[in-house]
Design a protein around this ligand. Structure first.
Ligand SMILES: [Mg+2]
Length: 392
């Protein structure tokens, strides 16, 4: 990447908590935890006051309670967070030429060519002030020649701060930081490296990329490059896909509700997988039914945010039973999901028991490897391969 490239990374500070504090000022300067209701909930977001007591995102709620019995525990309001996210996106889109939305509260912007380094920094600082003032939410940013270094810089700037890394200073900036600050370095690789005594990025910078490749494959090489401050991923402008849909036209028109149901389940699992691969949850589901005479009916409903196959299937089948009232054959069924938010991790952070998430992830991986027909739930088995065509 050329030396004059300039990438800004923006990340809201303890986003869910900040939104709650904006709604109710009494929550300010308090140990606040956002989590789901169930006994197995984990911490989805926590205020810096509770972080000071050792509470972290992803920690079981029961542990957090023990660490800080006086903490205020709130149930997450995804709808509000999602609306606020849209509000932030709109504001940033007005001020930044090339904006990528990386998650519900995280953005990249390409400032290359717009301003030179110091111009870019002051522009970003002014924007940060504006966000504080107009949105009333604390935010941090990092700025450097690429996405990885900027994201790590943001982490160093938090809370409510900013950090600029001048071109050519990437290696030096990264060297004292722990290896786990590299966004790609997950717990498995990190702990293996730690066992070998590689804790700081500085040590990782000394290790040949070929060695990292042998030890950890392609991700190993990428982590090695990131440790050296090298990252060529471009900022990809944010474009909202409004919905995803799929439909199945049967070889022979069907009249058996159980068979229709099975086809609908296959469609739902397919879109559920797509939803998860895009790191999204949806809040609207719609089912379409076309009879042999081409008369077409559809029904939709709002649902709580989800990317869970089981929840989607329940709603889809409900809609189907409400739709399938004529005693005639069906030619085609369709399913559409819409009304989304990005950030599927929030699912596991709220109420869904995490074994279920792991199950989905495993199933998705197997499907990726062996094709869609490799795994079907029992109820969708026994299909003669219908024609399936994605709609958009
Ligand atoms: Mg954040």
């Amino acid at each position: 990447m050329a030396n004059d490239s300039l990438v800004l990374h923006i990340d809201m500070d303890s986003f869910f908590v900040s939104v709650e504090q904006r709604r109710d000022a009494r929550l300010k300067n308090r140990a606040v935890i956002i989590a789901g209701h169930s006994a197995r909930s984990v911490v989805a977001s926590c205020s810096y006051e509770s972080r000071a007591l050792g509470i972290r995102s992803g920690m079981p709620l029961s542990v957090a309670r023990r660490l800080c019995p006086e903490a205020l525990i709130l149930r997450g309001d995804m709808e509000l967070y999602s609306q606020t996210s849209a509000e932030i996106t709109e504001m940033l889109n007005q001020h930044l030429p090339c904006l990528e939305k990386a998650s519900i509260d995280e953005f990249y912007a390409d400032l290359s060519g717009m301003e030179r380094f110091f111009g870019g920094i002051s522009y970003a600082r002014e924007l940060r002030e504006k966000m504080l003032e107009e949105l009333g939410l604390p935010v941090s940013f990092g700025i450097s020649v690429n996405k990885t270094v900027s994201k790590i810089a943001t982490g160093q700037a938090k809370p409510n701060g900013s950090k600029a890394v001048a071109a050519g200073q990437e290696r030096r900036f990264l060297s004292p930081l722990p290896v786990r600050t590299i966004p790609m370095a997950g717990p498995v690789i990190t702990s293996k490296l730690e066992h070998m005594g590689i804790v700081q990025i500085e040590s990782l910078q000394q290790i040949p990329l070929s060695w990292m490749g042998q030890a950890f494959g392609k991700p190993g090489i990428e982590i090695g490059q990131k440790a050296r401050g090298i990252d060529n991923m471009p900022v990809t402008p944010y474009r909202e896909q409004k919905s995803m849909s799929a439909e199945t036209t049967f070889d022979q028109d069907l009249a058996d509700p159980r068979e229709l149901r099975r086809h609908l389940i296959v469609l739902t699992e397919r879109l559920g997988q797509e939803l998860r691969s895009q790191n999204r949850m949806c809040s609207e589901i719609s089912v379409k039914l076309r009879y042999s005479d081409f008369q077409t009916f559809s029904k939709q409903r709002k649902i709580p945010y989800t990317c869970s196959d089981q929840q989607l299937i329940d709603h889809a089948c409900d809609l189907m039973s409400a739709l399938f009232v004529r005693r005639s054959r069906v030619r085609c069924i369709g399913l559409r999901l819409s009304g989304w938010i990005t950030g599927q991790t929030t699912l596991s952070l709220f109420d869904e028991p995490s074994p279920q998430i792991h199950l989905y992830q495993t199933m998705d991986k197997l499907r990726e490897r062996f094709g869609n027909q490799s795994i079907l739930r029992a109820s969708s088995l026994g299909l003669n391969n219908p024609k399936q065509s994605p709609n958009d």
